[in-house]
Each structure stands twice: as structure tokens, then as C-alpha cells.
Design a protein around this ligand. Structure first.
Ligand SMILES: [Zn+2]
Ligand SMILES: [Zn+2]
Ligand SMILES: [Zn+2]
Length: 136
């Protein structure tokens, strides 16, 4: 648990048993997970507590949320020094076969040219297709 605590503390999050658990589950994921996916990991789950935990993590930039167009928000861990600025953001990939959403951490979002006086706050870029696991 030590390592988990360090990671939480480095983002100014007070470690609690619940937060440690949620963080560990997020660390194990190969794809982004939704609140209901997360809930499956708990036998007696309190959705409100889980939701609050995710929101705390998101506010502290430990995780980021992804709108992949499926209607349920997904969450994934941020890179170590991520500040969730537009230039920190990466492309997400939604596999239409297995319905998993992946962080393409090595694929930065291409720069976007905006008209005068338009300002970027956030960018959400989702590429759809088939992932390596689903390739025929
Ligand atoms: Zn981030
Ligand atoms: Zn797939
Ligand atoms: Zn991501």
C-alpha cells in the first residue's frame, strides 16, 4: 500500500482505504473504466462513494475522464506529471468490437488552429475502430 499512498499524496489526496482500493483497481486496468465497471469490483458497493472518489481523483488530476460517445463517462489514470492541459491530452481509441476505450498516451492530439479570440479549454478526440486484441 505504500506505493499507492505516495501516488495519492503526490497529488494532494489524503489516502483512505477506499481511495487506495479504487486507485489499485484503476492501476490494473488496460482500458478506461466507467463508474458501473468500477462498481463491479466491489461486492457491497456504494455508488455515491465511488463516484465521489472518482471526482476527487479527477479534480486532483490523478485521473481524467473520457467522453467516448457511448453515453457513459470513462476514467483512466493520468501520466505522472499530467496537468490535464490541452497540450497534455492524448487521443483516445474506442474499439467498436470489444467496446473498450484506450488511452493512446503516445499519440498527442494534433494542434488545432482556431479563429481569432477563440480559446481552447479542453479537447476530446476519440478515434474509433478495432483494437489490436480484436484484429482479425
Ligand atoms: Zn491528466
Ligand atoms: Zn477491441
Ligand atoms: Zn486517456
Amino acid at each position: 500500500m505504500k506505493n499507492t499512498d505516495d501516488k495519492l499524496i503526490s497529488r494532494n489526496i489524503k489516502p483512505t482505504a477506499m481511495r487506495e482500493l479504487v486507485f489499485d483497481i484503476l492501476t490494473e486496468q488496460t482500458a478506461a473504466i466507467s463508474l458501473s465497471d468500477l462498481e463491479q469490483n466491489f461486492q457491497k458497493s456504494d455508488k455515491v462513494t465511488l463516484y465521489r472518489t472518482l471526482k476527487t481523483f479527477e479534480n486532483k488530476k490523478l485521473i481524467h475522464s473520457i467522453d467516448d460517445g457511448t453515453g457513459s463517462v470513462k476514467y483512466a489514470l493520468c501520466a505522472e506529471n499530467c496537468q490535464c492541459n490541452p497540450h497534455d491530452l492524448h487521443v483516445h481509441f474506442f474499439c467498436t468490437k470489444c467496446k473498450h476505450t484506450y488511452c493512446l498516451n503516445d499519440t498527442p492530439i494534433p494542434s488545432v488552429t482556431l479563429p481569432l479570440d477563440f480559446e481552447i479549454k479542453t479537447i476530446n478526440m476519440v478515434v474509433k475502430g478495432t483494437c489490436a486484441n480484436c484484429k482479425e
